[in-house]
Design a protein around this ligand. Structure first.
Ligand SMILES: Nc1nc2c(c(=O)[nH]1)N[C@H]1C(S)=C(S)[C@@H](COP(=O)(O)OP(=O)(O)OC[C@H]3O[C@@H](n4cnc5c(=O)[nH]c(N)nc54)[C@H](O)[C@@H]3O)O[C@H]1N2
Ligand SMILES: Nc1nc2c(c(=O)[nH]1)N[C@H]1C(S)=C(S)[C@@H](COP(=O)(O)OP(=O)(O)OC[C@H]3O[C@@H](n4cnc5c(=O)[nH]c(N)nc54)[C@H](O)[C@@H]3O)O[C@H]1N2
Ligand code: SF4
Ligand SMILES: [Mo]
Length: 702
C-alpha cells in the first residue's frame, strides 16, 4: 500500500492567502496536509484551517446527493429529477410573477471556485433578474465602488506593497487572524515582522488590541466608525505643514475640491471623535508623510461600517497626497496574467437601478444584501418569490438573520447549490451539492489579482469525481440549460474549468509568455515578481485621470459630520464590533471538531470597567440586546478592547432547528447578525454596517 502514497501540490482555497499545500494521499484517502515549502509565494506557511480540509472532505454531514424537501423530511433524488424540478419551479414563478421574482445570492466561497465565479453571470443573465445579491455587500463593496469612482474600474484595487514598505498603516484589518484580505499575503506575520526588521513601522488603528496590533510598532484604539475623522485630520496636518509629495499631479482631477471638503477637520476635532489624542494624530501624519515609502490600508473594520465608501476614499487620498499611490513600497495594482481589468472586462456600474423597498443602489449588477429580507417580505410587483443560493449562508452572515429566516421560510420555492444543510439551506426545497472542492480544478483568478506579488498557479483536481457527482460549474451549466429551454431564452454551454483557463491564458500569451502546459507543469505556482507601478497608465475613467472628489462621496461628508457630532463623545450604549479567529472561517467551518475544540472562542469580549459599571463578572452569561434582537452568551473580560466597545465574532448561531451539522450544533454560539439591523448601511454603497452597532449588555435574569 505504501507505494500508492503520493504527494499532491495544491493551493488552499479556504481564505485569500492561497497558501501552497502538500497533500499526501493514498488512493482516495488523505494521509496528511502540510505547507508546500516549494511554493515561492507562501514558502511553506499554512494555518490550522488547512488541515481541516481533510475534515470537510470526509465530513459525513457534507451532502453528496441532491436533496428534496418533502413535508418536513429530506429525501435523496437523482440529478436529472433535481434539475427538472428546479427548472420547472423557477420557470413557473417567472411565468407568473416576472423576471425580478427570482432572487439570487452568491456567498464567499464562490470567489474561491473559478467554476462558480464564471457560472454566476450566466445564471443571472438567463434569469434577467435585478434581484441579484452577494456577500460583496457585506464586505468589500465600498472598496470596489471607490475604485470604480476614482479609477474607473471596480477591480482596479491597489494592494499594499508589504514587502517593500517603510510604513504600514492598517485600519480595521487583522491580517494575523484573517491572513489578509483584499491583500493576498500568505505568511503575513513574517512579512509584518520584516517591515519592522528593516527599520519600518507597522501602525494599527483598531478598537481592539488585536493579534496584529500585538506585533505592530504601535496600536491606537479608535472609536468604531470614526476612522474618517482620523484620516481627514491626518491629511489636513500634512497639508498645513507642507508635507504633501504629490507624484503625478497631471493625472489628478479635483484634488483641491476634495481637500476643501475635509479642510475643517482639525486634529482636535478628530481627537474628540476618535478618542486618539490630537498630538498623536499630528505625529502619525508627520511620520506617514516623512517615511521613504508608506501605505495606508483599510479593511473590514473600515468597509463593513456606516462610512465604508468615505473611508476607502480617504485611504486612497492618504496614498495620493503622499505620493504613495502606484509606487514601490506604497499601494499598487497587480498585473495578473489573466487580467480582471482592462479590455474585455466589466468596469462595474453604480445606481443603474435601486431596490424596490428601501431604494438601495445597484452596484456591478447587484443590489445590497441589506435589502434582501424586505424584498422577499414586502408584497407588490417585483417581490422575490423564488430564490437561489450558492456558496452562501446569509442567515448567519447578513443583517437581521432572524428576519431573513422568516423571509426565506415564506418563499414559494428555494434551491441551494451548497455542500451543507445549514442555517440558510434548511429553507430550501432542493439542495444541489457539488463534489468535494478537492476534486475541482483550481485557479485563483481573483486572489492572484489582489496579491502582494504577481503570482499564478493552476492545480488540477486531486481525484476524478464519481459519475454521480457534479462540479459546481456542471450544476450551474445544467440548471442554466434547462431554465433556458423553459424560458425560451438563449444559453451558452458551460465550459470545464481547465478549458476556460487555457482559453484565457492563450488570449494573453503573447504578453505574459506562459502557456497552459507550463502553468500545469508548475505545480508549486509561478512567481512573476514584485508589484510594479502601472496604475496611472491603466486608469479607466473617461479622461484617464483619477477623480479625487467623486460627487456622491463629497456629499456623504455631511452625514459623517452629523454622526460624529451626535454620537462620538460618550459611547453609551455600548458599540459592538466583530472579530475573526484563525481557527474559524465565516460561518461554515464549525463542523470540523479539530477547529472548534478547546477553549471557546465565541464569547462577547468586554472591557472590565464596562463589566463593573453593569455589575457583571468575567465568564458570566449575559444578554446582549440591540434594536432588532437579543442573544445570550458568556462574557470575557479583557482590556484589549477600548472601553465602551464590545466584540463578538460572526458566523456562529448553529442552534437553529432543521440543520444537519453535528459538530457545529454542539458548538453553537450565537449569531452576531441576530443583532445587526438591515437599516444600518453605508449610504453611498448600501453595504451593510455590521460593525459599530449600538447594543446594551445586561444580566441574563433581568
Ligand atoms: N457581523 C458580521 N457579519 C459578517 C462579517 C463580519 O465581519 N461581521 N463578514 C462578512 C463577510 S466579509 C463575508 S465574505 C460574509 C460571508 O458570508 P456568506 O458567504 O454568506 O457565508 P459563509 O459563511 O462564507 O458560507 C459559505 C457557504 O458556502 C458553502 N460552501 C462551502 N464550500 C462550498 C463549495 O465549494 N461549493 C458550494 N456550492 N458551496 C460551498 C457552505 O456550506 C456555506 O453554506 O459574511 C459577512 N458577515
Ligand atoms: N480565520 C479567518 N480568516 C478569514 C475569515 C474568517 O472568518 N476567519 N474571513 C475571510 C473574509 S471573508 C474576509 S472579508 C477577511 C477579512 O479580513 P480582515 O479585514 O482582516 O478581518 P477582521 O479580522 O474581521 O478585522 C477587522 C478588524 O476591524 C476592527 N474594527 C471594527 N470596527 C472598526 C472601526 O470602526 N474602525 C477600525 N479602525 N477598526 C474596526 C475589528 O476590531 C477587527 O480587528 O478575512 C478572511 N479570512
Ligand atoms: S491561511 Fe488561508 S489559505 Fe493559508 S492555509 Fe490557512 S486557510 Fe488556507
Ligand atoms: Mo469576506
Amino acid at each position: 500500500m505504501k507505494n500508492a502514497e503520493r504527494s499532491i501540490y495544491r493551493a488552499c482555497h479556504l481564505c485569500e492567502a492561497i497558501c501552497g499545500l502538500e497533500i499526501k494521499v493514498n488512493g482516495g484517502h488523505i494521509i496528511s496536509i502540510r505547507g508546500d515549502h516549494a511554493d515561492p509565494f507562501s514558502r511553506g506557511h499554512i494555518c490550522p484551517k488547512a488541515i481541516a480540509l481533510k475534515d470537510i472532505h470526509e465530513d459525513k454531514n457534507r451532502l453528496r446527493q441532491p436533496l428534496k424537501k418533502v413535508g418536513h423530511e429530506w429525501i435523496t433524488i437523482s440529478w436529472d429529477e433535481a434539475f427538472d424540478l428546479a427548472a420547472e419551479k423557477l420557470a413557473a414563478v417567472n411565468a407568473q410573477h416576472g423576471n425580478n421574482a427570482i432572487g439570487f445570492y452568491a456567498g464567499n466561497p464562490a470567489v474561491h471556485n473559478i467554476g462558480t465565479l464564471f457560472s454566476v453571470p450566466s445564471l443571472v443573465r438567463i434569469l434577467k433578474t435585478k434581484n441579484a445579491f452577494s456577500a460583496t455587500s457585506v464586505d468589500q463593496l465600498p472598496q470596489q465602488l471607490t475604485s470604480l469612482l476614482m479609477f474607473g474600474h471596480q477591480f482596479m484595487i491597489t494592494i499594499p506593497d508589504i514587502d517593500h514598505t517603510d510604513y504600514f498603516l492598517i485600519l480595521g484589518g487583522n491580517p494575523v487572524a484573517s491572513n489578509g484580505s483584499m491583500m493576498t499575503v500568505p505568511d503575513v506575520t513574517k512579512r509584518l515582522a520584516a517591515v519592522r526588521e528593516r527599520g519600518g513601522s507597522v501602525v494599527v488603528i483598531d478598537p481592539r488590541r488585536t493579534e496584529t496590533a500585538e506585533i505592530a510598532s504601535e496600536h491606537h484604539f479608535i472609536r468604531p466608525s470614526t476612522d474618517a475623522a482620523l484620516l481627514m485630520a491626518m491629511i489636513n496636518v500634512m497639508k498645513t505643514e507642507n508635507l504633501f509629495r504629490i507624484a503625478s499631479p497631471e493625472k489628478l482631477n479635483n484634488l483641491d475640491s476634495a481637500l476643501l471638503a475635509i479642510a475643517d477637520v482639525t486634529p482636535e476635532a478628530a481627537a474628540e471623535a476618535t478618542g486618539i489624542a490630537a498630538g498623536t494624530i499630528r505625529r502619525l501624519a508627520r511620520e506617514f508623510a516623512a517615511a521613504p515609502s508608506a501605505v495606508c490600508y483599510g479593511r473590514i473594520g473600515t468597509t463593513l461600517q456606516a462610512f465604508g465608501t468615505l473611508n476607502q476614499w480617504l485611504v486612497q487620498l492618504m496614498n495620493i497626497v503622499t505620493g504613495n499611490l502606484d509606487r514601490v513600497g506604497g499601494s499598487m495594482p497587480t498585473q495578473p496574467i489573466i487580467p480582471i481589468t482592462g479590455p474585455g472586462t466589466k468596469p462595474g456600474s453604480h445606481a443603474r437601478w435601486h431596490s424596490r423597498v428601501s431604494h438601495l443602489p445597484e452596484s456591478g449588477g447587484e443590489l445590497p444584501v441589506a435589502a434582501l429580507a424586505e424584498e422577499i417580505l414586502t408584497p407588490g410587483d417585483g417581490q422575490i418569490r423564488a430564490f437561489i443560493t450558492t456558496c452562501g449562508n446569509p442567515v448567519l452572515s447578513t443583517p437581521n438573520g432572524r428576519k431573513l429566516d422568516e423571509a426565506l421560510a415564506s418563499l414559494d420555492f428555494m434551491v441551494s447549490i451548497d455542500i451543507y444543510l445549514n442555517e440558510t439551506t434548511r429553507h430550501a426545497d432542493l439542495i444541489l451539492p457539488p463534489a468535494s472542492s478537492l476534486n475541482h480544478d483550481h485557479y485563483d483568478l481573483i486572489f492572484n489579482a489582489f496579491a502582494v506579488r504577481n503570482v499564478t498557479r493552476f492545480n488540477a483536481g486531486i481525484w476524478q469525481k464519481s459519475d454521480d457527482e457534479r462540479y459546481d460549474w456542471e450544476i450551474f451549466g445544467e440548471l442554466v440549460k434547462r431554465l433556458a429551454l423553459k424560458l425560451t431564452r438563449e444559453s451558452r454551454p458551460a465550459m470545464p474549468t481547465a478549458k476556460l483557463i487555457e482559453g484565457m491564458l492563450k488570449a494573453g500569451e503573447a504578453v505574459h509568455g506562459i502557456s497552459f502546459a507550463q502553468l500545469v507543469e508548475a505545480e508549486h505556482g509561478i512567481d512573476l515578481g514584485p508589484l510594479k507601478p502601472s496604475l496611472y497608465s491603466r486608469l479607466e475613467t473617461p479622461d484617464g485621470k483619477i477623480d479625487c472628489a467623486p460627487a456622491v462621496i463629497i456629499k456623504d461628508i455631511a452625514r459623517f459630520k452629523l454622526y460624529v457630532h451626535q454620537k462620538a463623545p460618550i459611547p453609551n450604549p455600548l458599540i459592538m464590533i466583530g472579530r475573526r479567529h484563525v481557527r474559524s472561517n465565516n460561518s461554515w467551518m464549525h463542523n470540523s471538531l479539530r477547529l472548534v475544540k478547546g477553549k471557546p472562542r465565541d464569547q462577547l469580549m468586554m472591557h472590565p470597567a464596562d463589566l463593573a459599571a453593569r455589575g457583571l463578572k468575567d465568564g458570566q452569561r449575559v444578554r446582549v440586546v440591540s434594536r432588532v434582537g437579543q442573544v445570550e452568551i458568556a462574557v470575557q473580560a479583557t482590556d484589549s478592547l477600548m472601553p465602551g466597545v464590545v466584540s463578538l465574532p460572526h458566523g456562529f448561531g448553529h442552534d437553529r432547528k432543521g440543520t444537519c451539522l453535528g459538530v457545529a450544533h454542539e458548538h453553537a454560539g450565537v449569531s452576531y447578525n441576530d443583532l445587526s439591523d438591515a437599516g444600518d448601511i453605508d449610504v453611498i454603497s448600501g453595504n451593510a454596517a455590521l460593525n459599530g452597532i449600538a447594543v446594551e449588555v445586561t444580566h441574563v435574569s433581568t
